[in-house]
Design a protein around this ligand. Structure first.
Ligand SMILES: NC(=O)c1ccc[n+]([C@@H]2O[C@H](COP(=O)([O-])OP(=O)(O)OC[C@H]3O[C@@H](n4cnc5c(N)ncnc54)[C@H](OP(=O)(O)O)[C@@H]3O)[C@@H](O)[C@H]2O)c1
Length: 321
């Protein structure tokens, strides 16, 4: 049997703890090897609890972690503004990278990462787990098979009520966008995944943002409207100003899909089409994401969301003011 890939986790926060490390533990193709934290005790504790296999798994310096010849890949799960430098350093050290969304916080950094990936011939995948939601995969197949006819309009909404501005997403030092980076980028990716293959690229973007509750530098609500080459349209709303049940809607010339509470981290929710309920068995979307990353490396094929697609998402986020 092929040896599992050895992966390092950069960051020991919420998504690393709750979703990424457990998904790696479930996958037979990859294992946790080492961990980077700002705090040595936190790195050691995370490494111990998640079973990191390197002889000395805990690191506080990225260059030392990357110098390990037995390390194959890194998973970047740090605040958004750290992604570019950490992913680039990993690629330049010849490591494969699964970077959380948004891939980077500027198109300039995104282009640099795409170039470095091409030069070093490594895999760079971006963590849009909603593509691995079992129900969304059924929806994508319906769209691809033409069961909805020609796509005409897509709509997504994902919001949560933030309690204050103390988190890094609300601050320019570590974040660039707030609701847009937290959840809007997922709405955008899901819309692009479903629409671009049959509708062509996004050709225009219009938006309204609000900072009316906390008045900080970053978007609190964003309402974004887009048109595709085919003339199809889409809109999404992300917000930290209010809670709401998430919703994804897809309308075609021959039918529609409405997905309730599927835009989450847990793979659950319910979906109906013009023909009735669309059943699915919930699975761990992060396991799908991790296994796609492993498969891309092993098979030498692009991952489901590669660096070029991560860049396109950031280009659109950057065009929203
Ligand atoms: N795909 C998804 O479903 C999903 C969901 C949530 C988040 N994310 C993405 O994952 C990334 C991490 O988000 P998160 O929610 O896990 O954030 P988080 O809980 O704040 O964790 C981020 C971790 O990064 C490390 N870090 C390094 N420098 C930092 C700094 N200056 N300030 C704060 N933390 C720093 C920290 O680990 P140490 O303290 O050990 O250094 C921290 O625990 C983000 O890019 C986010 O967009 C994706």
């Amino acid at each position: 049997m092929t040896q599992p890939l050895n992966a390092a986790m950069l960051g020991t926060g919420r998504i690393a703890e709750l979703r990424l490390a457990p998904a790696i533990a479930k996958s037979r193709g990859i294992r946790l090897w080492s961990v980077l934290s700002r705090d040595p005790a936190r790195a050691a504790d995370f490494a111990r609890r998640h079973g990191a296999r390197a002889p000395e798994p805990a690191h506080v310096h990225l260059d030392q972690l990357l110098a390990d010849p037995e390390l194959d890949a890194v998973v970047v799960a740090t605040p958004d503004r750290l992604h570019a430098a950490q992913a680039l350093a990993a690629v330049e050290a010849g490591k494969h990278v699964l970077v959380e969304k948004p891939m980077v916080t500027s198109t300039e950094d995104g282009r640099a990462l795409v170039d470095a990936r091409d030069r070093h011939r490594v895999t760079v995948a971006v963590g849009y787990h909603l593509r691995w939601h079992a129900g969304h995969r059924r929806v994508e197949r319906l769209v691809r098979d033409g069961a909805l006819g020609h796509l005409r309009h897509l709509r997504a909404q994902w919001t949560w009520p933030a309690s204050d501005t103390s988190n890094w997403r609300a601050q320019p030092a570590m974040g660039r966008w707030w609701s847009l980076a937290g959840v809007g980028t997922h709405c955008l990716d899901t819309i692009r995944w479903l629409a671009v293959p049959s509708c062509g690229e996004v050709v225009s973007v219009e938006s309204v943002t609000s900072r009316s509750v906390w008045g900080g530098p970053h978007d609190e609500t964003a309402v974004v409207v887009m048109a595709f080459e085919s003339g199809a349209t889409a809109e999404f709303c992300s917000s930290v100003q209010f809670g709401s049940p998430s919703r994804l809607e897809v309308y075609g010339s021959g039918g529609y899909v409405v997905a309730d509470r599927t835009l989450t981290i847990d793979g659950e929710g319910s979906i109906r089409t013009h023909e009735g309920e669309l059943p699915f068995k919930p699975t761990d979307p992060y396991l799908g994401e991790v296994e796609d990353f492993v498969g891309a490396i092993r098979d030498g094929r692009p991952p489901a969301v590669d660096a070029a697609e991560g860049l396109r998402n950031v280009e659109i986020l950057e065009s929203i003011s």
